[in-house]
Design a binder for this molecule. Structure first.
Ligand code: HEM
Length: 162
């Protein structure tokens, strides 16, 4: 009897220790907290104020591009891209004001591929992620953005971004 109880106790302890270990590995807290940015909030980081960091979103992911000041700072060549989600401009390599938007409607396969390669090769590898655009997830009234369908965006790697 005592042996059976000891065995159950032992097995339970092993199971708990294993689960705890598993939990510890899978649910490590993020080292830096990320936040959601409304359009208005993102605008505050448009490189025009000296002491403020510079933020820019691509595909709804907000990057701190401050260390690329020579590209994005005040009077720098790509300053138009910052303080907003400029996914379309990046995809088309365009600074046309009409392209300064997160809207990817009608982009060609080639432009989407180029977007993904710049997203991975430049932004994700060079700049820290500080958050996500609120509109990527929620509409202005706080309801879920039903237009956001990762499965409709073949180059969108949601598991890498969250
Ligand atoms: C005559 C046209 C252009 C020239 C000569 C040019 C040149 C360059 C150069 C030399 C770099 C730096 C590469 C590096 O050091 O890693 C760069 C980066 C970049 N360019 Fe251009 N560019 C031009 C047009 C554009 C346009 C129209 C856009 C519009 C979106 C654009 C967006 C970018 C971006 C997003 C980067 C990456 C900056 C970063 O590393 O954060 N470029 N370009």
């Amino acid at each position: 009897m005592a042996t059976a109880r000891t065995r159950v106790f032992f097995l339970t302890s092993v199971l708990c220790a294993t689960l705890a270990q598993d939990f510890k590995l899978k649910y490590k807290p993020a080292t830096t907290p990320v936040r959601l940015f409304t359009e208005e909030e993102l605008k505050r980081y448009d490189g025009r104020q000296e002491k403020q960091p510079i933020y820019m979103a691509v595909k709804g992911v907000v990057f701190d591009v401050t260390k690329g000041k020579e590209f994005y700072g005040k009077d720098a060549p790509y300053n138009a891209l910052v303080g907003m989600d400029s996914t379309r401009a990046v995809a088309k390599m365009s600074l046309d004001p009409a392209d300064l938007t997160s809207d990817t409607t009608g982009l060609t396969e080639e432009q989407l591929k180029s977007l993904d390669s710049i997203f991975e090769g430049t932004y994700k590898s060079k700049y820290p992620i500080v958050g996500y655009t609120a509109s990527r997830i929620l509409k202005d009234d706080g309801s879920p953005n039903e237009d956001f369908k990762p499965e409709d965006q073949p180059l969108f790697q949601i598991k890498d971004e969250f």
